[in-house]
Design a protein around this ligand. Structure first.
Ligand code: 8X3
Length: 249
């Protein structure tokens, strides 16, 4: 049986991907910080789901998690680096450092550490790494410098990792979604449900299930075929124009 290792499995795209892979006959190791959510997923998905409480910011703990996987979950065919978040949308000159470090530690440091820890197992199985980047990796917007920077890292890391893994048979993909209605905006706004609802109002955003299906499609392609990067948006989202300041004298 194939095994997917999914970070941030407690909600949104991670939980939808866990459901999708289980439905397709895989088993799933799902990590997250909220033990009660992992317990609920276990109740829902059964014995083919193993929930492990883990914080992506703790790179030593990630090593422990990988080292202590139970026997039947040790072979890993797919790593889905889904865990990630965005800090509040402040201009950098107005931002506190702590939330920024939190995001960089999760989206970059944790992702690298976990990937490095799992690569020997992925190479053994000629597996795949699917990293969740964002359209923000390519298209900047105000207040998103740190988030966009981390997601640009994820995209370029994915492409570079392909080079390192040349000859191993391991595939690497950067998935780059635009607006997906999950807890993403709730987290970004510090729990402001009204702000989250307003952002996604009347515009038909993508769903976690849309992205999970895309991830499944990438994962189930023939093994000689690598999707390098895949960018998605809801039809109702496109690009803004350039911003021009007319107040600088
Ligand atoms: C977030 C993408 O378009 O909601 O990764 O800012 S967007």
């Amino acid at each position: 049986m194939k095994t997917a290792f999914i970070t941030g499995a407690t909600a949104g795209i991670g939980a939808a991907a866990a459901r999708k892979f289980i439905a397709e006959g895989w088993q799933v190791v799902g990590t997250g910080r909220r033990s009660e959510r992992l317990g609920e997923l276990k109740d829902e998905l059964g014995d083919r789901f193993l929930g492990i409480v883990s914080d992506m910011r703790d790179v030593d703990d990630l090593q422990r998690v990988v080292g202590e996987l139970p026997e039947c979950f040790q072979g890993i065919d797919l790593l889905l680096n889904n865990a990630g978040l965005a800090p509040p949308m402040n201009d950098l000159q107005d931002a506190d450092q702590a939330p920024l470090s939190n995001v960089i530690d999760t989206n970059v440091q944790g992702l690298v550490a976990l990937t490095r820890a799992l690569l020997p197992r992925l190479i053994e199985r000629k597996g795949a790494v699917i990293n969740l980047s964002s359209v923000a990796a390519t298209y900047p917007y105000r207040g998103g410098a740190i988030y966009a920077g981390t997601k640009a890292f994820v995209r370029q890391f994915s492409l570079g990792l392909r080079c390192d893994l040349q000859g191993t048979g391991v595939r690497v993909t950067s998935i780059e979604p635009g607006m997906v209605e999950t807890e993403f905006t709730l987290v970004r706004t510090g729990g402001n449900q009204a702000a989250s609802d307003a952002l996604y109002a009347n515009m038909n955003p993508m769903t976690a299930e849309d992205i999970a299906s895309t991830i499944w499609w990438v994962a189930s392609l023939p093994p000689h075929l690598n999707i390098n990067a895949l960018e998605l948006m809801p039809v109702s989202q496109s690009w803004a124009g350039f911003a021009v300041s007319r107040s600088e004298g």
